[in-house]
Design a protein around this ligand. Structure first.
Ligand SMILES: [Mn+2]
Length: 275
């Protein structure tokens, strides 16, 4: 009887204390299941509204808002589509993500969204390995709804009314969307044609040709990711990552008027490109 009482008074509080310290010291356990690939890989946007596509925002919330203002984006008549890499590297990823959600913007998944989802998964599993990594510490401020939004981002958004496809990195020519690899859509920069004529993508910029340059149409492909080459205009593709987070510009374009490119200058240099 005495042993039981001792167990109740010392053992129980210790166990409860240990359980709470686990929460405190390690990641935030969550029941949210984050699939490794989006449930809807290729989304169709059927709309008769105007469509305004924006390149890589990387948490540059001020420039994001300024660009919408500069382009007179009327949210009642315009759908905003983001070409991925909305988060990471820049000043306020959470603000950029929440503003995108607030205005009902659609987005495709970039390599940075994939990296963030991997980190969130680790964090939610109770692993504290993440916490010392300064550039990912912001993800501890994400709500489950923010994470759900990220996890649902498709690889591509097709807009039939505009004969356009938005993708973060690019597409291999003459290959159905269903057969494109995640790697190509999220991380590629160049396309290499092998000796047998088959094409493959690479993240390198020195092997092969720019992925936008090789794309033959007939759809217009709007992509981001390739900040090094800044604004790219080819017959059937437009590269919109103009390095805002690196101190250059944030770029957007209305799909019904490709002659006009809207840009705002970055407030400052927020990050340096990886070498
Ligand atoms: Mn990218």
């Amino acid at each position: 009887m005495k042993t039981l009482r001792v167990l109740c008074f010392i053992g129980l509080p210790t166990l409860v204390g240990l359980w709470f310290s686990r929460l405190w010291l390690r990641g935030r356990p969550s029941r949210l299941k984050i699939p490794s690939s989006p449930v809807v890989r290729h989304k169709q946007l059927v709309t008769d509204k105007r469509v305004f596509v924006i390149g890589d925002i990387h948490g540059c919330i001020d420039e994001f808002k300024l660009l919408l203002k500069k382009a007179d984006v009327d949210l009642r008549t315009t759908v905003v589509v983001l070409a991925g890499d909305v988060v990471n590297k820049g000043p306020d990823s959470i603000a950029a993500l929440r503003y995108a959600r607030q205005i009902g913007a659609l987005a495709v998944r970039g390599n940075n969204e994939e990296a963030v989802l991997r980190r969130v998964r680790t964090y939610y599993s109770g692993n504290k390995e993440l916490l010392p990594i300064e550039r990912y510490r912001w993800i501890t401020g994400l709500t489950d709804d923010d994470v759900r939004w990220l996890a649902r981002l498709p690889f591509t958004i097709s807009i039939p009314s505009m004969h356009a496809i938005v993708v973060h990195a690019g597409l291999i020519p003459n290959l159905p969307l269903e057969e494109q690899s995640a790697e190509t859509m999220v991380s590629a920069r160049n396309v290499v044609t092998d000796s047998d004529g088959t094409m493959r993508s690479t993240t390198s910029v020195s092997e092969g040709s720019p992925i936008g340059f090789v794309w033959p149409g007939p759809e217009l492909v709007c992509f981001g990711h390739d900040a090094k080459r800044r604004l790219q205009r080819h017959d059937f593709s437009i590269g919109l990552d103009t390095g805002c987070v690196y101190g250059d510009r944030l770029t957007g374009i209305y799909l019904d008027d490709l002659t006009k490119v809207y840009q705002v200058k970055a407030g400052k240099v927020y990050d340096k490109p990886a070498q």
